[in-house]
Ligand binder design. Sequence first.
Ligand code: ATP
Ligand code: MG
Length: 263
Amino acid sequence: MVRASNEAVIKVRDLVVGFGDAKVLDGLSVDVFRGEILGFVGASGAGKSVLLRTIIGLLPRRSGTIEVFGLDRNATSEAEREGMERRWGVLFQQGALFSSLTVRQNVQFPMREYLKLSSRLIDEIALAKLEMVGLSPDVGDKYPAELSGGMTKRVALARALALDPEIVFLDEPTSGLDPIGAGEFDDLIRTLQRTLGLTVFMVTHDLDSLHTVCDRIAVMADGKVITAGPIPAMLASEHPWVKAYFRGKRSRVAAATAAQNIG
Ligand SMILES: Nc1ncnc2c1ncn2[C@@H]1O[C@H](COP(=O)(O)OP(=O)(O)OP(=O)(O)O)[C@@H](O)[C@H]1O
Ligand SMILES: [Mg+2]
């Protein structure tokens, strides 16, 4: 796959983030290029969600720089920061939707917060976003508790797309879905990325997603991105964690070998 651009829409340098005495991120640097889908992997607790939350400004950093669209939020005005935030959408790992709001109201939420549009227009846009993620209009009247896991993810994606973002942050978008549902969600992300020209920051444990959706993969360990590159580079890596993950017992390589042995 060809990288869409050399422009780093997200540029992180020497980032340090910690809680109490513990440093979770310790000198992390990474670039996310415009138009690419960059997958972040790493052991549970490696700091993937912390990195995502720090980039979007929900967690403070101890040191280092983070530029999104060429701006560092620590050196911007309130208005500039709001301008940045309107240009991205987020699908969080947990608590994806507001349980007291209908699906439609959930999708409309960012629009009501940031855009001054008539209710009618906001209604129409919300329906269009639901359609974009493959949901029928009647889903709009349901409450989150009435949705399946896959539908919940789609609604959360629709909400992340509400403001026509340039970047979407996805934290484990396919976790909890069955393999077919996960595959469909991967296709959806790929299609949206292609048609909308999105840049996608995706945290995932899903090896299928990594193989089929991501242009590049960034591996996190020891508070850093220890290596980043496309799948062939991951398969060639001799780093013990990378090797275990991509060529270990549960990897695709192992599955393919097992299938050959059966056949
Ligand atoms: N708000 C917080 N306060 C204190 N510690 C935190 C906070 N958020 C995260 N941590 C800690 O930071 C570390 C990294 O957490 P993080 O959620 O980023 O892991 P992760 O890589 O996303 O893991 P997983 O794959 O399980 O989602 C963990 O040790 C976690 O306990
Ligand atoms: Mg996480």
